[in-house]
Ligand binder design. Structure first.
Ligand code: GLN
Length: 239
């Protein structure tokens, strides 16, 4: 078995070390004897989505988002087909905003990919803090860190989780992120997957199911340290 990860525009969308999330996916596959490969794509490269099992769209500053947005319009159709065909996507922060219809900043409007029905508007003040979610997808909470000026409205879509601590999508709704088919969009950046191995395994399982046409149970790994760290953060912030 093999999982191929596509990392889109790592030179521009790599604000908080998104490569760490890739390493986590690769390692958790390899430790189970599943081959894993990462293909990095630059702005000039063609992307054959049929070769990909997981796509990572990382975080970026407004400037970098503006730079990639034109290229994203060119690949929109292929990317959309991939998503509708249950392709797995992890989109973080700036990448999460780009999944949607648009991101309205003070400097102008950044056109989105229209893969998921959401939109983002920049408002004064940045939402910066630790953040903790309870997701319907997992028993274990999701912990992370957020830093964004954009406020995201996901309409009636399913959020990734309910905010137990922090701001989330817009600081008002009480929800964070989005789940659409096999796409997870979230403001939790940096080491999201190392801090939340359950989220990492969800992505791997969905990718394997799509590629091999059947539910594949993943061999358990020793996540004692990760789960201890996760629980520490939850106990520290959630009263
Ligand atoms: N530039 C976007 C914002 O400030 C996303 C930032 C990020 O990726 N951390 O809202």
């Amino acid at each position: 078995m093999k999982v191929t990860i596509g990392h889109l525009y790592p030179d521009l969308l790599n604000l908080y070390g998104d490569r760490g999330n890739i390493q986590c996916m690769m390692k958790r596959c390899e430790w189970r004897g599943i081959e894993a490969e990462t293909l990095e794509f630059g702005l000039e490269d063609d992307i054959d989505f049929s070769k990909l099992d997981i796509v990572l769209l990382g975080g970026g500053s407004d400037r970098e988002q503006m730079l990639v947005c034109q290229r994203l319009q060119e690949i929109q159709q292929d990317f959309k087909e991939y998503v509708e065909d249950n392709g797995v996507v992890l989109a973080v922060c700036g990448g999460y905003q780009l999944l949607g219809n648009y991101y309205q900043t003070d400097e102008g409007r950044i056109e989105g990919l229209h893969l998921v029905d959401l939109y983002t508007v920049q408002k004064p003040g940045r939402l910066i803090d630790n953040i903790i979610l309870k997701s319907e997808l997992f028993e274990t909470p999701i912990v992370g860190f957020e830093n964004h000026g954009g406020r995201t409205n996901i309409g009636e879509n399913m959020p990734l989780g309910k905010v137990l601590y922090g701001s989330g999508n817009d600081g008002e709704s009480g929800y964070e992120g989005i789940v659409y088919k096999n796409v997870i969009g979230t403001y939790l950046h940096g080491p999201l997957l190392p801090k939340n191995p359950h989220v990492c395994d969800w992505l791997i399982k969905k990718a394997l199911k799509r590629r091999y046409g059947q539910e594949i149970s993943l061999a358990p790994l020793d996540d004692a340290q990760e789960l201890e760290a996760n629980a520490y953060i939850v106990n520290r912030f959630v009263k």
